[in-house]
Design a protein around this ligand. Structure first.
Ligand code: C2E
Ligand code: CA
Ligand code: CA
Length: 583
């Protein structure tokens, strides 16, 4: 027998016998063992237990009867951690069938009567024991993996739908019995399909992995965060009993997802819509609670707010009408021109000079409500009304610009164009016709398009972009950073203006991610000759910071809110008067 204490492949063996002579006999038999043995000896159950506490053994050979206990008792000291099995071989002075059965039933791998002990008997038993242990460990691993797969998501390793519903049932049970309240959050990524479609599934998987990690980091240990399917996540947050507390958790989640996810060298910004239901407030049954949270999430998806807690929202807006009813209402609204443009100024944050305005659509609903665009544009975009709607929006803006010009007010106006319109080969022609009709110099108009438009269909987008630029109308990349940004793409498109997404700007702080984003984008824009605009400038204090970071142009509530043409003109006159006073 070779002894090796450091050898990795050595079989770690523990021999326990209170009789030195018997122990020697076992060791002698093992000389015929075809491998290296790392041997530990113990003369009592106490010594064996001490050795087992600090060491891990591959096999144990133990005397049936020791001075301080039974050989069998050793089993209680063996921790079968992680499925690692340690075969125990009992060497006993008794040889009755009954003893053998008893020992094996209690977990002993095999036993050898003392009088039969020799190398030819012991060595095969040890070898078989080791093989058995290996196969047992493999089985355990397979089983564990199967269980994991049935309960955990293979990509993110987060609890899957099965485990989530199991925990949800438990949580509901606890609420009914012990009044432990909790919140269920349904979360769905915004525009995830676009990541998959444009960058491929591998990139999509990377995004999901990163999102999973951030969700886990944003919630408590005791919460269950699960990936239910695709880009759908859900959480059970224990101990939450008010909508306000739930909103706070949801806001933390939104915040955690704000910094872009870097995949294949691209900075992807992933939005998330969150719907919340509370137990017991909204329901105490798993299915019903999920339905409430689901409905809230769909409201978040189709509305302005990224987080909707059930019961907190007001009356349903027209956007929550069944889509078909809303569509026919919208069709009618386009025919009747129930739409107006609001205008929001863009200024130089240093000099306070007014550089132009962005036109933002409003629907004057016959009920008297002014409906914001997020409630109807997504519906129009997925319908065949988009072409008509876009032409109407172009006409509304150009009509206004013409009217202003007629009164000597020359103003630059930016108009939002849905990404999908870049697939329309007639867009540039229609635009030119309208510009001629209203006799507007094309340089007074900018079209704002989101960056996803470019990434989704670069070839078509490039062609239309070139045609639009050729007629003298400028393009601007809107919501920069909110989509799937690639600086390379922007370089290729030679776009004159970028508007950095308001989510990075609204609560701008010096040491925030938003600030570092503005800084690096402004450096990029400077080197490429691109104009950079910050939108969503809500705080007056951000003006100086933005200038310092390299972004001189701003738009946002701290300057002026979007207003009707009439109110906007009043603001213009007032701010001009104020500037003259300042001089
Ligand atoms: P957008 O192009 O990103 O427009 C900016 C949005 O931010 C506007 O919302 C504006 O009211 C809002 N905003 C401006 N300053 C601030 C601020 O300081 N803080 C915050 N929190 N928000 C600010 P609005 O008017 O509701 O428009 C929403 C979106 O609807 C627009 O986002 C644009 O994508 C779309 N949209 C608006 N008008 C049209 C249109 O005529 N055609 C198309 N296709 N889309 C439009
Ligand atoms: Ca815009
Ligand atoms: Ca924007």
């Amino acid at each position: 027998m070779k002894k090796a204490t450091d050898c990795v492949d050595a079989i770690r063996m523990l021999i326990v016998d209170d009789d030195d002579v018997d122990r020697e006999r076992v060791i002698r038999c093992l000389r015929r063992f075809p491998g290296v043995i790392d041997l530990t000896e113990a003369a009592s159950l106490a010594e064996a237990s001490a050795a087992l506490q600090t060491n891990r053994f591959d096999t144990i050979i133990i005397d049936g009867r020791l001075g301080d206990g039974e050989g069998l008792d050793v089993l209680q000291f063996i921790a079968n951690e992680n499925g690692v099995v340690c075969p125990v071989i009992l060497v006993t002075g008794f040889s009755s069938e009954r003893d053998a059965v008893h020992a094996m039933r209690n977990g002993v791998y095999d036993y050898i009567p003392k009088h039969e002990l020799d190398a030819s008997r012991l060595v095969p038993v040890v070898l078989n024991g080791l093989r058995w242990a290996t196969s047992q460990t493999a089985l355990f691993e397979a089983e564990r993996e199967l269980r994991r797969r049935s309960l955990y998501d293979s990509l993110t390793d987060m609890p899957n739908r099965n485990l989530f519903f199991d925990r949800l049932e438990q949580a509901c049970g606890n609420t009914q019995r012990y009044q432990v309240p909790f919140a269920v959050m349904m979360m769905d990524l915004d525009r995830f399909k676009e990541v998959n479609d444009t960058l491929g599934h591998a990139a999509g998987d990377q995004v999901l992995l990163q999102v999973g990690k951030r969700l886990l980091a944003a919630c408590r240990h005791s919460d269950t965060i699960s990936r239910l399917a695709g880009d759908e996540f859900a959480a059970i947050c224990l101990g939450i009993n008010t909508p306000e507390a739930a909103m706070m958790v949801a806001k933390k989640v939104l915040l955690a997802l704000k910094p872009p996810i870097i995949v294949e060298g691209r900075a992807l910004s992933v939005g998330i819509s969150i719907g919340i239901a509370l137990c017991p407030k909204h329901d105490t049954q798993p299915g019903a609670l999920m339905a409430v949270a689901d409905k809230a999430m769909y409201q978040a998806k189709s509305g302005l707010k990224k987080i909707v807690c059930a019961g907190l929202t007001g009356e349903a807006k027209p956007a929550y009408l069944p889509p078909q009813a809303l569509l026919s209402e919208l069709e009618h609204a386009i025919e009747q021109r129930e739409f107006v443009m609001y205008y929001q100024p863009k200024i130089n944050l240093e000099t306070h000079q007014i550089l132009g305005a962005e036109a933002l659509m409003r629907w004057r609903h016959p009920s008297g409500v002014i409906v914001e665009p997020d409630h109807f544009i997504p519906v129009i975009e997925t319908s065949n009304l988009l072409g008509k709607f876009t032409l109407m929006s172009i006409e509304l803006v150009l009509e206004q610009v013409a009217e202003w010009r007629g009164r000597g007010l020359e103003l630059h106006v930016a108009l939002n164009i849905s990404a999908k319109m870049l697939e329309d080969p007639h867009l540039a022609r229609h635009l030119q016709q309208r510009l001629e009709k209203f006799a507007i110099p094309p340089e007074l108009l900018t079209l704002e398009i989101t960056e996803t438009a470019i990434i989704l269909n670069p070839e078509a987008a490039r062609k239309v972009a070139e045609e639009i630029t050729a007629i003298g109308v400028q393009l601007s990349i809107d919501d920069f950073g909110a989509g799937f940004t690639s600086f390379t793409y922007l370089r290729e498109f030679s776009i004159p203006e970028i508007k950095i997404d308001k989510n990075f700007i609204m609560e701008l702080k010096r040491d925030s991610f938003g600030a570092s984003l503005v800084k690096c984008v402004s450096a990029f824009c400077e080197s490429e000759g691109i104009r950079l605009v910050a939108e969503g400038v809500e705080q007056r204090e951000s003006w100086a910071l933005l200038c310092e970071l390299g972004c001189q142009i701003g738009q946002g509530y701290s300057i002026a809110k979007p207003a009707s043409a009439f109110d906007f003109e009043a603001w213009l006159a007032e701010s001009k008067a104020r500037r003259y006073e300042e001089v």
